[in-house]
Design a protein around this ligand. Sequence first.
Ligand SMILES: Nc1ncnc2c1ncn2[C@@H]1O[C@H](COP(=O)(O)OP(=O)(O)O)[C@@H](O)[C@H]1O
Ligand SMILES: [Mg+2]
Length: 256
Amino acid sequence: MTHIIAVTNQKGGVAKTTTTVNLAAAMARRGLSTLLVDMDPQGNASVSSGVNIRELEAGSYDVLIGETSVKDAIVASTNGYDVLPANDDLAGAQVDLMEFDDANLRLKKALKNVQSQYDLIVIDTPPSLNVLTINALAAAPKVLLPVQCEYFALEGVNSLLTTLAMVKKALNPQLEILGVVRTLYDGRTGLAVEVTKDLMKHFREKLCETLIPRNIRLAEAPGHGVSIFEYSPRCRGALAYKALAEELSTRLQIDN
Ligand SMILES: Nc1ncnc2c1ncn2[C@@H]1O[C@H](COP(=O)(O)OP(=O)(O)O)[C@@H](O)[C@H]1O
Ligand SMILES: [Mg+2]
């Protein structure tokens, strides 16, 4: 069985991409055959995986519009998993997908062709609730929601929950939140405690125990085109993502 997780939050800068990349890397290190799907036209997850997006022959855009088979677009990363990369062509998908009746299901259908080769597929999404995000949510039964513990952290969570409910009803009855993970965490601030209280109220047992601390190494690794485990395997950021992979494996009942 293949587990598919969409990492999403329409706020930018909450560590969606950092979480997608390092979770995929940590899961690959746990022995899972893993595919990272980049659905953000910025292509940050692809770059963080060592892919040169300026020289891409094909990527998630070509797959969504049916120009390329998903098999032909997948490449190896520097981090032990495979990648379906993205570049800014993907920004045009909003418009180009409108001509398809199944615009919201293009990714789900494409992934069906390779799914059996993977234990886990992790999807990075753009900072908006657009057709690319809907495709990710329609393809994945599970959602991982990174939240930065700052003012306005919960702003937008309501519209995200409304979108999840809408996608669940119309496209993907199995859709559910796998976890809410606190990122860029700085326990010295009272704010972190306040936001944690709010998150517990909203999400209860969905709130992950693992905290991802603010750690400069996590911000540096993408510049080297590698995950935290290649860049600085013993830093706090690496240990945190390793722990997150363990916690989520338990939730998914993956036993290895
Ligand atoms: N735990 C962390 N500690 C320090 N910097 C981080 C951490 N997580 C993410 N960052 C940095 O914060 C910025 C936003 O993270 P990113 O993963 O790109 O967010 P998103 O994909 O939600 O927009 C990036 O520059 C990233 O390197
Ligand atoms: Mg991102």
